[in-house]
Design a protein around this ligand. Structure first.
Ligand code: URA
Length: 203
């Protein structure tokens, strides 16, 4: 993999399409995923969202945020008055990593080393996409964008990532995992409030 990164750095992409061709042709760092799931959406949008890594559905369909977390994100975006099609959506890590349990493919979080491996691509991608505001959804996205780990609960809100204006909030999967209905509803409402703030900041 280290060799692969060096080879990619030699192939300095001149456009997002070129970068995407390199990503799509690359082997997953951890064997398993079907394909690289590329970012989706217009260049120079008001808002770009960065998630963690594609899940089972994303891996099958080849699109980011189309599974359960994506559906919750869609609902929250709609409530915050953000048109998903006008935003750019991508992930810190481009390949699905999982543990096979019978027929189920259970999501496994990327390691810090894996996030670092994919970081070069993400930063190049954002150089081309040039959003007004980049939103980190959860700790993995924060690690990728900031280049260091930061607790989401304390860092939540406006942030700067290198030269990029950013915003830190929770990952929609976190909301799905909360066991208590009341806590879930409150956390979801706070997420929608974050998205409203993001929309105002990027307007
Ligand atoms: N979770 C993510 O972080 N990204 C996706 O694309 C789907 C689920």
């Amino acid at each position: 993999p280290a060799k692969a990164v060096a080879a990619m750095a030699d192939q300095e992409p001149r456009s997002l399409a070129e970068l995407n061709r390199i990503i799509a042709a690359s082997e997953p760092l951890v064997p398993g995923g079907t394909r690289a799931v590329l970012g989706e959406g217009p260049q120079h949008p008001a808002i770009a969202f960065v998630g963690e890594q594609p899940g089972d559905q994303e891996d099958q369909q080849g699109r980011p945020f189309v599974g359960p977390a994506g559906q919750l994100l869609d609902k929250a975006l709609a409530e915050a008055g953000i048109d998903r099609r006008k935003t750019y959506l991508t992930n810190a890590v481009k390949h699905f990593k999982f543990e096979q349990r019978g027929k189920l493919r259970l999501h496994k979080s990327p390691t810090a080393g894996e996030v670092k491996h994919y970081r070069w691509w993400l930063m190049k991608e954002l150089d081309f996409v040039r959003p007004k505001l980049v939103v980190a959804l959860g700790a993995t996205a924060v690690l990728a964008l900031a280049g260091k780990a930061m607790p989401v609960t304390r860092a939540r809100g406006p942030a700067e990532f290198g030269g990029l204006h950013g915003y830190i909030t929770v990952h929609p999967s976190y909301l799905l995992r909360l066991p208590d209905a009341k806590a879930k509803a409150e956390a979801y409402a706070a997420f929608v409030e974050d998205l409203k703030r993001v929309a105002a900041m990027a307007a």
